[in-house]
Design a protein around this ligand. Structure first.
Ligand SMILES: [Zn+2]
Length: 412
């Protein structure tokens, strides 16, 4: 019994040490296991990421993303990427790839480019300039990058070129092009022509070159010709570059009653003239329409007579070749006065002074002004007025330009 009792007394001690040993073994095994399989948290810590940084990783990234980070050295940029407001977890590996190629790229560029699917292009400081330019427009991103890759223009110039639409016309922004940008009547499609004209006319003001090229003066009268665009209606242009076909006859021609003049003209032009006439009469003046619509064959007869009298060169300064006369449009008229029908006397009449000042209010312009002969191709014709409608007439009057310039910039 005593023996039995002693044996029983020794048992708990055995038990106790047994369990202790077991726990110790378990603890050692766990330690061994953990040292071979440390948690992501522990591994991040080991790489040098602070508690705060590790929390950001846990919050914004998947385990798979973190696995990727664990294969890399400590990178401060990673945290900055996660803190970017447009960060998207699904692109995380693309950000990493980009940073790997361009470790010094600012993270806002990295996130922006990757989010826009532009992570394939070679990143340069110029691209940074483009993305951070105050005039950068996000919707033009593709165009900036395309232009930049094509012409390798510096970042600021790339922004300027695309914002001005040069990319759409395939124009390289160089020093000469720069001169023509931002000018009042610059037409981008004409850029090559400006450049060519500039090369041979460096003494001219840029503004003057624009005027000349827009008016086609870099081309030859009666040689570089096009049939005029009839769809422009009241704004049809007819000059030494644009012609009307032989059989063209305007619609709505009406006979002019003897109160207002003689011949035929388009109905709405006559209406506009009547309005002007009625106001002129109130101040005791009586303009009178002479020689409005002229057919192709009538013009042909006139021109040929002038040629046989004065020779072709001289005749061309005052008379249009058939098909090239504005009178064939039915929109033009020569003016005399009721007292003196002669158009060559018109300039010295009170009617002229009044009409010159007021015609635009009724939709008419002095078509061949003094000082603009080289643009219009005609000598000064104080008697020749052309109907273009009130708005256009006012613009041309206020800006002191020719119909040629107006047409190039606003109509064509
Ligand atoms: Zn005329």
């Amino acid at each position: 019994m005593a023996k039995k009792k002693r044996k029983w007394k020794k048992k708990p001690l055995f038990f106790f040490f047994g369990i202790l040993l077991f726990l110790l073994l378990l603890w050692v095994l766990l330690g061994v296991y953990l040292s071979n399989h440390p948690s992501q948290e522990a591994q991040l810590k080991k790489l040098g990421y602070s508690k705060e940084e590790r929390d950001i990783f846990q919050e914004k990234l998947s385990e798979k993303d973190i696995e990727t980070i664990l294969e890399m050295d400590y990178q401060k940029n990673l945290i900055h990427i996660l803190e970017e407001k447009n960060f998207e977890e699904k692109y995380f590996t693309y950000y990493l790839k980009f940073l790997d190629l361009y470790p010094t790229a600012p993270v806002e560029d990295v996130v922006f480019l990757v989010n826009h699917g532009k992570d394939e292009l070679p990143y340069t400081p110029d691209i940074h300039t483009i993305l951070t330019h105050p005039e950068f427009q996000e919707e033009l991103l593709d165009r900036y990058l395309t232009y930049y890759q094509k012409y390798e223009t510096e970042g600021n110039l790339t922004i300027q070129a695309v914002n001005e639409g040069l990319d759409e016309e395939d124009i390289l922004l160089d020093d000469v092009v720069q001169l023509f940008l931002g000018q009042e009547y610059t037409i981008l499609k004409n850029m090559d022509r400006y450049k060519n004209y500039y090369a041979t006319h460096k003494d001219l003001a840029i503004k003057e070159i624009i005027t000349r090229v827009n008016s086609n003066l870099d081309k030859t009268f009666y040689e570089d010709i096009t049939p005029t665009d009839l769809s422009k209606e009241n704004l049809i242009i007819v000059n030494k570059y644009y012609y009307l076909k032989k059989d063209y006859e305007p619609e709505n021609l009406v006979a002019i009653s003897s109160t207002y003049g003689t011949g035929y003209i388009k109905k709405e032009v006559l209406e506009a003239f009547k309005e002007m006439y009625n106001d002129a009469v109130k101040v005791g003046l009586y303009p009178y329409i002479q020689s409005p619509y002229r057919s192709y064959s009538r013009q042909s007869t006139l021109y040929n007579n002038y040629v046989s009298r004065d020779g072709k060169t001289l005749a061309d300064t005052y008379s249009a070749r058939p098909g090239y006369s504005e009178h064939q449009t039915g929109l033009a008229m020569d003016l005399g006065t009721k007292q003196n029908h002669s158009i060559s006397a018109f300039e010295n009449s009170k009617e002229f002074t009044w009409v010159k000042e007021n015609a635009y209010k009724y939709g008419f312009i002095l078509r061949y002004p003094k000082g603009k002969e080289y643009i219009t191709g005609y000598m000064y014709e104080p008697w020749h007025y052309r109907y273009v409608g009130k708005d256009v007439a006012k613009y041309i009057h206020d800006h002191n330009i020719t119909f040629e310039e107006y047409y190039a910039y606003f109509v064509k």
